[in-house]
Write a protein that binds this ligand. Structure first.
Ligand SMILES: Cc1cc2nc3c(=O)[nH]c(=O)nc-3n(C[C@H](O)[C@H](O)[C@H](O)COP(=O)(O)OP(=O)(O)OC[C@H]3O[C@@H](n4cnc5c(N)ncnc54)[C@H](O)[C@@H]3O)c2cc1C
Length: 421
């Protein structure tokens, strides 16, 4: 493809096509390929390119041209954000830092030749590979459920985008008096408070549009993240609307069928169904040999997140097993800065500071009523360990909750700009 034709098609000169990649000369003697342009991968690519100042050729392989954040997707469901406000592109990474963004699917990794095979048949060499593919879903554990059903009929909406929009449409079409039936996933999974924040923002929508409706949560777990805080929010803002049933009463999610979720111990009817499957690392991690029997990716050193199974590959974000950090965008972004330094050290001999990690997860219990949990962490061998933590208290003044909600909004602005601009 010639430059002029590329221009005609409206593709920026910096955005090279996957097909042209294999014939492209390296932009520097060392090359890092990053698979996945989400919270983890976009941040690693940005910090690597920014800090190496041209010494490292950074290639970001991302399947989609635009990234809708799972974080704040519950805000979209509740009507607090538009889809546009939670969707980002990669233009800033291309034009601001010279990162070569390739929109293709990474389909194979050859650790011996240090190459990644792409969906268009081309291959890209790497000196270091960063794998940040996020999660995949265990559809095999739920009779009657698969990817096509999730995309078209019964969205889990646990990868944000079209499924999130479909779920919102289904809520809009639901009768006043209908039941929104959610089955959260078993541990470990992306964003431990996510399903319960979703119940809260959906409750906000229902309270304001369909007040006779109910939310039923059939959980395989006996306890969940920020339980007392969510319970308090539901009782205060949506009395009688949200019912949560624990694992000891319902057991694991087994099947879905028209209007029904079937668990080990019972079956439940609803008008809008939101089964969220058990999870594992994104598919390419398994193909690349980065996963163990758990379906997640072990690391051998928490100060570099280098894979325990494949040399010269670093794996971070939701896909990895790191020890104490939860699977969150905040965690992924924090890990990415450590990985970026570790990769630069390995390739250019630059200095790495002592790794420090941080996470905070804010949840919206109701409009202007937000609470948070968080911690600081450090690297210890192959594990990230917690140093200290905090959690909001029940019974806090509403002014504190309003301030916490503002903090969450500020965090969203800051973290998305730290990833994409
Ligand atoms: C409802 C919900 C609410 C949440 N709320 C919060 C919150 O408030 N705060 C918070 O910190 N976290 C939150 N999270 C969690 C957060 O979204 C994830 O932890 C975070 O996105 C993980 O980042 P990641 O980079 O590992 O994966 P992702 O962000 O999923 O990125 C992975 C990327 O890799 C790409 N990819 C995968 N495989 C390939 C391949 N083979 N080739 C090319 N590209 C590929 C995907 O297209 C994707 O863009 C929430 C999650 C959900 C579901």
């Amino acid at each position: 493809m010639t430059i002029s034709r590329r221009r005609m098609l409206g593709v920026s000169a910096a955005a090279v096509t996957a097909a042209s990649m294999s014939s492209l000369a390296r932009a520097a003697s060392k090359r890092v390929v990053v698979i996945g342009g989400g919270a983890a991968g976009a941040t690693v690519a940005r910090y690597l390119a920014k800090d190496s100042k041209g010494d490292i050729d950074v290639v970001l392989v991302e399947a989609s041209e635009r990234y809708t954040t799972c974080f704040f997707s519950n805000w979209y469901l509740g009507g607090f954000r538009t889809m546009d406000q939670i969707t980002h592109d990669y233009k800033g990474l291309e034009s601001g830092y010279g990162i070569r963004v390739v929109h293709a699917l990474a389909q194979s990794v050859d650790a011996a030749s240090q190459t990644v095979g792409l969906s268009d048949g081309s291959t890209i060499e790497y000196d270091r590979l960063v794998a940040a593919p996020g999660i995949d879903f265990r559809y095999d554990l739920i009779d009657g459920y698969d990817e096509s059903m999730a995309d078209n009929e019964m969205p889990h909406a646990y990868k944000a985008g079209p499924q999130t929009a479909l779920l919102r449409k289904q809520l809009e079409a639901m009768d006043d008096g209908g039941v929104f039936l959610m089955a959260p996933p078993p541990n470990p999974y992306r964003c431990p408070p996510g399903p319960y924040e979703r119940a809260s923002t959906v409750a906000h929508y229902l309270k304001t549009h369909k007040p006779k409706s109910k939310i039923l949560i059939v959980d395989p777990k006996d306890k969940h993240s920020k339980q007392a805080l969510f319970r308090e929010a539901w009782e205060t803002h949506y009395p009688g609307m949200v019912e949560w049933l624990p694992g000891k009463e319902v057991g694991a999610l087994k099947a879905v069928r028209n209007g029904e979720i079937v668990t080990e111990k019972a079956s439940f009817k609803g008008q809008v169904l939101n089964p969220i499957p058990a999870q594992k690392a994104g598919k390419i991690a398994q193909i690349a040999g980065l996963t163990d029997d758990s379906g997640w990716c072990p690391i051998k050193d928490a100060s570099s997140f280098e894979s325990a199974l494949v040399p010269n590959v670093h794996v971070l974000g939701d896909a990895c097993i790191n020890g104490a950090m939860p699977k969150s965008a905040f965690s992924a972004n924090s890990q990415a800065k450590v990985v970026s330094q570790a990769v630069r050290k390995a390739l250019t001999g630059s200095r790495q500071f002592e790794p420090r990690f941080r996470n905070t997860c804010w949840s919206l219990g109701a409009e202007q009523d937000s609470f948070k949990v968080g911690a600081d962490y450090r690297a210890e061998g192959d594990k990230v360990v917690k140093v200290d933590g905090f959690i909001s208290s029940t019974g806090e003044e509403s002014s504190v909750r309003v301030k916490t909600a503002r903090e969450a909004e500020g965090w969203y602005q800051a973290i998305t700009s730290d990833m994409f601009s």
